[in-house]
Write a protein that binds this ligand. Structure first.
Ligand code: GLN
Ligand code: ZN
Length: 753
């Protein structure tokens, strides 16, 4: 028997983000449903072919989605919130309505929540569960795609998100109950699908249960056994775990009547021979040895030496640690990278090739090619682009006081109160204003040299003037400049720091049609020159009201970049913090009185297992404080966070000791506030009252209801009023209407209070 290779999923967005552009055109009514479906079909066909051509033995089917893979399962199970089942049909527009709160031919309503997919920067649509809910098979996408791929003659392995992980990721709405009780009701639909796969002679199905890397409550563990007994006897199940070690749940996994298990050997070290001895002889192992979440070439030589001895005992599969959803598609597009640097990387297609090379070498017992391949790793380690002695020394010489503001918050609050004299319930926005096509084109034209800096600066100034005028007219208390010069909150800073490099086309899906192009940190980080001072100063010169200097925090830059793997994350994080501490200090010197440090990714970097949280939180909080603590007491530090559940890390969030935090809450209807019942958050806080991720404009009444809710939990003296996040995805029209209502609601409250 031979070692076989497979992957756990391929990026669906397309090399040139074809899916994104087609989705957006469809939403805007520029193309028909038929056109959209065609683009999807073309992409699937292309991606299957790429896997096949590059030597993958089992082609992945089921990784495609029109928005999100968790939403695929909600559709399959007919789990559509009542407000989204209009006209009693479940179709593609329903899917978009759930995800976005609006869709062609549907009445707008509020979208389902969206949150981070484990500890990645991908966001999924949170399933909603109600008591005694009925499920009904409602979406044939997977089986259609299986038929589509079979008709093209591929040897396929369908992919399904497992029932336990699906339930875990969802949220109960209305009357409270334990959602695990719904398991019995969804299993028949999984059985139906597995039976259909069996009818089609599918040999293996991949079922993803990444929650196995969590600490699971007893009832969930037992439910695993129950569920997989129900799913037995259809088609062989390759149960995949990823994003973390599952050694604490091995006893449970052993009890499952499954035929294969995939282990992510990148996120955790296992003793492979112990692992093999632990399970029965019939289990097929799949070893995830290629990092599915990072873009470095793999040390195939190392894996060859680890896996070769195993092969004497057992036959197995090899694969990536997790789906390639989290990396770009093709390195060969990157013709702007210097060759020696480019050589260090490998994207989805290159990683397929790595798998093929490794499986071939194991099967032929030939190490030559692999040895040569692994030289790439050495060439990074010894490159002079990597180590900067000054940076390393500065880090070593840090003192305790570098991590602390001069005085405690209480004292600072008084000083700041006198200085700013804000009204009750001060209003602000999060930073960005609409990123119009015009402004995007302007940046691109500037970057590619089509326009000169004089013209570019003139246009950016014009935008900033406009944004400030709008805010003054609407009566916002703390203004922003709108961030027109930034295409991305991480890329912008990375571009101005040493140690980062950028790809031309390295897009990764973040959610729905949104993609990001993460920078790659290849070496020690330091600031080359001031980054934001010029535009901040200019903006402040236009108004008497305070302008927020707008920076991205070290943890977010870290989480949203591809990281080097030769030093610890905590070190990279502090290097970034030090570089940006200088920026904070320069902003202060240039007359900026309020500085916001965005840390939307703080929560997302949290390790999956609780036992590892403290260590992470300690260095991430330290990094934030290192960046923010050099200022005077009178300088007000804001921070902003969005898109996740913050309740369980509120203690660390308050340890950041930011004077003000603005935080996402409106999609979850302020569930977050529950937390403040028990915990008295010490500093000022602005729970978002305007969901900017939906094109719907919140009414004054709706915002009032949210403010009212907030006042029940937070003292009015601490409360700020702001949207959920930056306005960059909205139009000017929407933003103005939204802020206007927000301000009116605030004014109404000021009168009563
Ligand atoms: N200041 C950024 C903006 O307004 C924050 C973005 C974010 O939190 N993701 O766009
Ligand atoms: Zn945000």
């Amino acid at each position: 028997m031979k070692v076989k290779n497979h992957i756990l999923g391929f990026p669906r967005i397309g090399l040139n983000r074809e899916l994104k552009f087609a989705q957006e055109k469809y939403w805007n009514g520029e193309i028909t449903k038929k056109d959209l479906l065609f683009v999807g079909k073309m992409l699937r066909k292309r991606h299957w072919k790429q896997q096949y051509k590059n030597g993958i033995d089992y082609i992945s089917v089921g990784d495609f989605s029109w928005y999100d893979q968790v939403l695929n399962i909600s559709m399959m199970l007919g789990n559509i919130p009542k407000r989204h089942t209009q006209k009693n049909i479940i179709d593609l527009n329903t899917l978009f309505l759930v995800a976005r709160g609006c869709a062609p031919f549907r009445k707008p309503t509020f979208a389902s929540e969206m949150t981070k997919w484990f500890n990645t920067n991908y966001h999924y649509i949170v399933p909603e569960f109600t008591k005694n809910q009925i499920f009904k098979y409602s979406w044939n996408q997977l089986l259609d795609e299986v038929d589509e791929s079979l008709s093209l003659g591929y040897n396929i392995k369908p992919i399904l998100l497992g029932p336990l992980t699906y339930l875990w990721l969802g949220k109960v709405k209305g009357e409270n109950f334990n959602r695990i009780t719904l398991l019995k009701r969804i299993l028949p639909i999984y059985q139906y699908v597995l039976n259909e796969l069996k009818k089609r002679n599918i040999n293996w199905v991949q079922i993803d249960e990444p929650i196995l890397s969590f600490d699971l409550p007893e009832i969930w563990k037992n439910s695993f056994v129950y569920a997989y007994n129900e799913l037995n006897n259809y088609t062989n199940i390759m149960l995949t775990t990823y994003f973390g070690k599952v050694d604490h749940n091995l006893e449970i996994i052993k009890k499952l009547p499954i035929q294969g298990i995939h282990f992510d050997l990148i996120s955790g070290k296992y003793n492979l021979s112990n692992l093999i001895n632990f399970f029965s002889k019939d289990i097929l192992f799949s070893f995830g040895v290629i990092n599915g979440r990072n873009i470095w070439s793999s040390d195939l030589f190392k894996w060859f030496n680890i896996l070769k001895p195993i092969l004497k005992k057992r036959y197995f599969w090899i694969g990536p640690s997790c789906s390639f959803l989290h990396i770009p598609i093709d390195l060969s597009e990157e013709n702007l990278l210097e060759n020696d640097i480019k050589n260090w990387f490998s994207f989805a297609i290159q990683k397929c090739k790595e798998l093929k090379l490794l499986s071939d070498s194991l099967n032929k017992n030939n190490v030559k090619k692999i040895e040569k391949y692994s030289k790439k790793i050495i060439s990074h380690n010894i490159s002079d682009k990597v180590h900067k002695i000054d940076v390393e020394n500065r880090l070593k010489n840090l003192k305790k006081k570098d991590f602390k503001r001069k005085n405690i918050y209480k004292i600072r609050k008084k000083i700041q109160k006198n200085k700013f004299n804000f009204p009750l319930l001060p209003t602000t926005t999060i930073g960005s204003f609409p990123q119009t096509n015009k402004i995007r084109k302007l940046r691109l034209d500037y970057k590619t040299g089509k326009i000169n800096s004089k013209y570019y600066n003139k246009k950016i100034s014009k935008y900033i003037k406009k944004v400030i005028k709008i805010q003054e007219k609407l009566g916002v208390d703390v203004l922003v400049h709108g961030e027109p010069e930034r295409n991305d909150m991480v890329e912008y800073f990375g571009e101005n720091m040493n140690g980062f490099i950028f790809t031309k086309n390295g897009w990764v899906q973040s959610y729905g049609s949104r993609c990001v192009k993460p920078p790659i940190i290849i070496g020690d980080v330091y600031r080359k020159k001031p980054i934001t001072i010029k535009w901040s100063k200019f903006s402040q010169s236009l108004t008497k009201k305070p302008i927020k200097g707008m920076l991205t925090g070290p943890v977010t830059i870290l989480c949203w970049s591809f990281l080097r793997e030769d030093i610890k994350k905590s070190i990279i994080s502090k290097q970034i913090a030090l570089a940006l501490r200088d920026e904070v200090s320069d902003l202060e010197k240039s007359g900026i009185k309020i500085i916001q440090i965005d840390e939307p990714a703080l929560r997302e970097g949290l390790p999956l297992r609780k036992k590892n949280w403290d260590k992470y939180l300690s260095w991430s909080v330290d990094s934030f404080r290192l960046m923010s603590s050099g200022v005077k007491d009178s300088t007000q530090i804001h921070t902003h966070m969005c898109y996740c559940e913050f309740n369980d890390i509120m203690k660390s969030i308050s340890d950041l000791d930011a004077d003000v935090i603005t935080i996402e809450t409106s999609r979850s209807e302020m569930d977050l506030l529950e937390y403040f019942k028990e915990f008295n958050y010490p500093n000022d806080i602005g729970p978002g009252v305007y969901d900017i991720h939906s094109p719907n404009i919140p009414t004054i009444q709706f915002i009032e209801s949210l403010i009212k809710k907030a006042i029940n939990y937070i003292s009015v003296k601490k409360l700020w009023i702001n949207p959920d996040c930056g306005l960059k995805t909205r139009t000017f029209e929407e933003s103005i209407l939204g802020i206007k209502n927000m301000i009116q609601a605030t004014k109404n409250f000021r009168k009563i209070l």
